[in-house]
Design a protein around this ligand. Structure first.
Ligand SMILES: Nc1ncnc2c1ncn2[C@@H]1O[C@H](COP(=O)(O)OP(=O)(O)OP(=O)(O)O)[C@@H](O)[C@H]1O
Ligand SMILES: [Mg+2]
Length: 402
């Protein structure tokens, strides 16, 4: 059965990636990819609405033209250090002495009424466990007998103004967004195995402007955090340390970058183009490695401090998984293993049918995870009749335009 299409847009600091996908039979397909460098964003947040809108538009156009489908659901991503987690608890009395779906809705609603700072709004409500009378650790309480139902939830919130700015970009394009997803949650959806999610795992998305991390245990998201440092800082450090332009520093980082000095032969040299009319120079690749190692260590130590303060690390028996564009830096697995004291691997996004091969890179983990999340959480028929109409019309017009 082919039920219609989904559009997801990962609005990252260095690139905007739009994917169109659909479910065919039992298979998850990606049918359109739009991928452009982003402008108007810094450290994961929108600093120029017009520029961000334009990048989002270009990415969406490319994906739609390739897919030749009109999506009914649109999801957008958000990240940045304004994203926070909170715990909430709610209680209801079971009128029928048995848990009904309405009781579950009600108790989850009750668990959300915590004193959040005025400027934060809830993005995700993630049930951790239910307690029916004295029975703890219940995951699926519907149908159970009792007189009292308690829910413990994890709330992921984001700064209201940041969410509004993101939505404004889509509004400017005449597109109604069905939901805003936290990028760390989406990346986890794309790269973690069921065993890791069960055992307890730390996922670190090393992007361009931010490093987002999440802890998942027994299939439940326990904690998220974000620090405003990423691959762009590595590039800036190289540009300063090697005295070259950011463009050259970025190229050198991708082609020759390594973040562990022991991996580099002492004799090895790298050519560094000079700025302006200055001649290029040859420098030891060890110097390059030292610069990158220093910054990477700093990022990983910040993650470690944050995690150690908020999570019991001994529960992370599934280790650490690195994803995001910067995860590919050679030496990073060893460095993470050392600093976080967790067995580490690189997380590639799950392979989807269709154009899946083209996005088989850690850089696309968030976008792929968003699509998988959309497949799992949105029934297209419902959307078509309610929210979908507005976006449907606009996106049809766009496709017609090509
Ligand atoms: N092979 C590679 N080696 C090292 N770094 C890489 C490689 N490929 C990409 N990068 C870096 O990855 C970063 C971009 O990653 P990604 O696309 O995940 O970020 P983003 O989603 O745009 O940003 P953010 O998630 O921080 O908002 C850039 O800084 C880029 O230099
Ligand atoms: Mg990203």
């Amino acid at each position: 059965m082919s039920g219609g299409a989904y559009l997801v847009v990962d609005v990252g600091t260095t690139k905007v990636c739009a994917l169109v996908g659909e479910i065919k039979g039992n298979e998850q397909w990606v049918t359109g990819i739009g991928f452009v460098p982003s402008s108007g964003l810094k450290k994961g947040t929108i600093v120029n609405l017009e520029e961000a809108t334009s990048s989002i538009k270009q990415a969406i156009e490319k994906a739609l033209v390739q897919a030749k489908q009109t999506p009914q659901v649109v999801l957008a991503s958000i990240a940045g250090s304004h994203v926070k987690t909170w715990t909430g608890m709610g209680v209801v009395v079971l009128k029928n002495r048995e848990v009904t779906p309405e009781d579950v809705d009600e108790v989850i609603q009750a668990a959300q009424s915590i004193d959040l700072p005025q400027d934060q709004m809830i993005l995700h409500v993630i049930p951790q466990e239910f307690v029916v009378d004295n029975l703890r650790g219940v995951q699926q309480p519907i149908g159970m007998s009792g007189v009292r139902l308690e829910a413990h939830v994890q709330l992921i919130t984001a700064q209201r103004s940041q969410v509004q700015n993101l939505l404004r970009c889509f509004e400017n394009l005449g597109i109604e967004v069905s939901a805003v997803l936290y990028q760390g949650l989406a990346s986890a959806e794309a790269v973690l195995t069921p065993e890791e999610k069960d055992l307890g795992v730390l996922i670190i998305d090393l992007g361009g402007g931010t490093t987002d991390f999440a802890v998942i245990q027994e299939y439940v998201l326990k904690y998220v955090g974000s620090i405003p440092v990423g691959g762009e800082n590595l590039t800036n450090d190289l540009a300063i340390g090697l005295r070259t332009t950011k463009t050259e520093a970025e190229r050198i980082k991708i082609e020759k970058g390594v973040c562990l000095r022991e991996l580099v032969d002492e004799q090895e040299e790298v050519e560094v183009p000079g700025v302006g009319a200055r001649p290029s120079r040859r420098i030891s690749r060890r110097v390059l490695a030292e610069i990158l190692e220093l910054r990477m260590k700093e990022i990983l130590e910040l993650v470690d401090q944050n995690i150690s303060k908020n999570v019991d690390k001994s529960l992370l028996t599934g280790g650490a998984v690195l994803t995001g564009g910067s995860a590919l830096l050679p030496g990073l697995i060893y460095l993470t293993d050392q600093i976080l004291d967790l067995p580490t691997r690189i997380g590639y996004p799950v392979k989807l049918k269709g154009l899946g091969e083209e996005i088989n890179h850690p850089q696309f983990a968030t976008a792929v995870g968003m699509l998988v999340y959309a497949f799992q959480n949105y029934q297209l028929e419902e959307i078509k009749t309610s929210k979908g109409k507005g976006i449907l019309q606009k996106l049809k017009e766009w496709i017609k335009g090509f």
